[in-house]
Design a protein around this ligand. Structure first.
Ligand code: GLU
Length: 443
């Protein structure tokens, strides 16, 4: 049996679409599972649309994802070989030079090269879609080169796939219609036919095609939003493939073991951001404290405090963008003293009980004072909850009449972790001084 060789063939025309990452992933998984090789070929044949900076971005993106190729090719470096093959086809009479008016300027005559299309029916078994059949007569003698020096994209693809020994072409469904054209070129060149597997499109929740203009569709966007590569890979694998069980979390090496083309669906795969976020949270939670800070590029004025709140961040955030937002927003109170607004402080005060907030806060000073150092949020809760419950029992505006001003005094935020957690993190002295400050602004 010939060793499996797969490839991903991105064109360097812009930021990498996550669909390309998924196609790369399926190619990578299949090759690795079969003990084969997987390579990346940059398809830069279309000179007008390609930019060198996007070539660098492609290498970096695949590295970031952990999809490291066994070999790297650049299509334009094979241009001589493409020309040689084209010349052979023409000399064998399987293609011919055709003088015709230029499409851009009909007054000018150009010499394009057309394939002599035998007009056969092309049938192949797609590993995902089953038997696919195309009548190729309508393609006519299609153009395969702009001139003897300038073979077109389909020609270059067929030549390169053959020369690299590609056994399986796993690519997006949108290329299905190119396959008959490419097989015709292959047959003319006398090349063996690889196996094909066309994977379903990724669709937006409204079932429209996921486009970079309308949706978060590029790898770059997901990276900026603070998704981990292991999470993105895990999620993208599930976008079109399923393990046949309800397991959801897979590392790359587990995917190599479990992946199979038979379990790739035919219909479009709908991007589910809620699921992606929860997969990301799963992988974020698996990181050690130090890795969490490093991988999230997290900075805070006090590193020790930052380390201390990592469990809290793991509980509350699903992406690193959210973590960063929390550090400068609802959790900023952990690093700097908040400024307080007396109207917000007293917002839970019933109209008939004006002034009660101050009394409630004052009643917390002694219990705060008596807390021991290094106390856990649980222990703080055990101390303060009965006080809040007592307030509720005597009808002083409910538990919230105590817990709200306490939380707000500590955080200066309308949304923040609960006051017990805040006290445990801030420590008794800081908590006491913030409550005293709140009492002062109510005096
Ligand atoms: N260059 C094509 C693309 O970027 C890939 C074609 C193929 O996989 O055969 O979509």
């Amino acid at each position: 049996m010939t060793a499996v060789v797969t490839r991903i063939a991105p064109s360097p025309t812009g930021q990498m679409h996550i669909g390309t990452v998924r196609t790369a992933l399926f190619n990578y998984l299949f090759a690795k599972q079969q003990g084969g090789t997987y390579f990346v070929r940059i398809e830069d044949t279309d000179k007008e649309r390609n930019k060198p900076e996007w070539v660098d971005a492609i290498w970096k993106d695949f590295e970031w994802c952990g999809l490291l190729p066994d070999a790297r090719y650049i299509q334009s470096e094979h241009a001589n070989r493409h020309r040689e093959l084209l010349a052979t086809l023409v000399s064998e009479g399987k293609a011919y030079v055709s003088k015709e008016p230029s499409r851009d300027d009909p007054s000018r005559e150009v010499e394009v090269v057309r394939l002599k299309n035998p007009g056969t029916r092309i049938t192949f078994t797609d590993l995902i879609r089953g038997e696919v059949s195309f009548d190729t007569t309508e393609l006519g003698d299609f153009v395969i080169a702009r001139s003897m020096h300038d073979p077109l994209y389909h020609f270059a693809v067929v030549a390169d796939d053959n020369d690299a020994g590609v056994t399986h072409i796993i690519r997006a469904e949108e290329h299905l219609s190119n396959t008959s054209r490419q097989i015709l070129i292959q047959e003319a060149l006398g090349f063996p036919r690889p196996q094909y597997a066309h994977i379903p499109l990724i669709l937006a929740p409204d079932r429209s095609k996921l486009s970079k203009r309308k949706h978060a569709a590029s790898l770059e966007q997901y990276r900026d939003e603070g998704y981990l590569p292991e999470a993105l890979i895990n999620y993208l694998a599930l976008l079109g493939w399923n393990p046949g069980t309800d397991e959801e979390f897979f590392s790359l090496s587990e995917l190599i073991e479990r992946f199979s083309l038979e379990r790739v669906q035919k219909s479009g795969a709908i991007l589910d951001e809620t699921k992606l976020r929860s997969v990301n949270q799963h992988w974020m939670r698996k990181l050690s404290v130090d890795d969490f800070i490093e991988r999230g590029n997290l900075v805070a004025p006090d590193t020790e405090r930052l380390r201390q709140i990592v469990p809290l961040l793991k509980e509350r955030a699903q992406t690193f963008a959210e973590v960063r937002e929390m550090l400068t927003g609802e959790l900023s109170c952990i690093f700097s003293e908040p400024s307080l607004d007396s109207t917000i402080l007293t917002v839970k005060e019933p109209a008939e009980r004006r002034g009660m907030t101050k009394g409630a806060l004052e009643s917390l000073l002694d219990p705060l004072q008596s807390l021991s150092g290094g106390v856990s949020a649980e222990a703080v809760k055990e101390t303060f909850m009965p006080l809040a419950d007592a307030a509720e029992a005597v009808g002083k505006g409910g538990r919230g009449a105590v817990l709200w001003p306490l939380r707000y005094a500590l955080s200066g935020q309308e949304r923040s972790p609960d006051p017990f957690t805040l006290i445990a993190i801030l420590g008794k002295e800081t908590a006491l001084s913030r409550v005293q400050k709140a009492i002062a602004i109510l005096s």
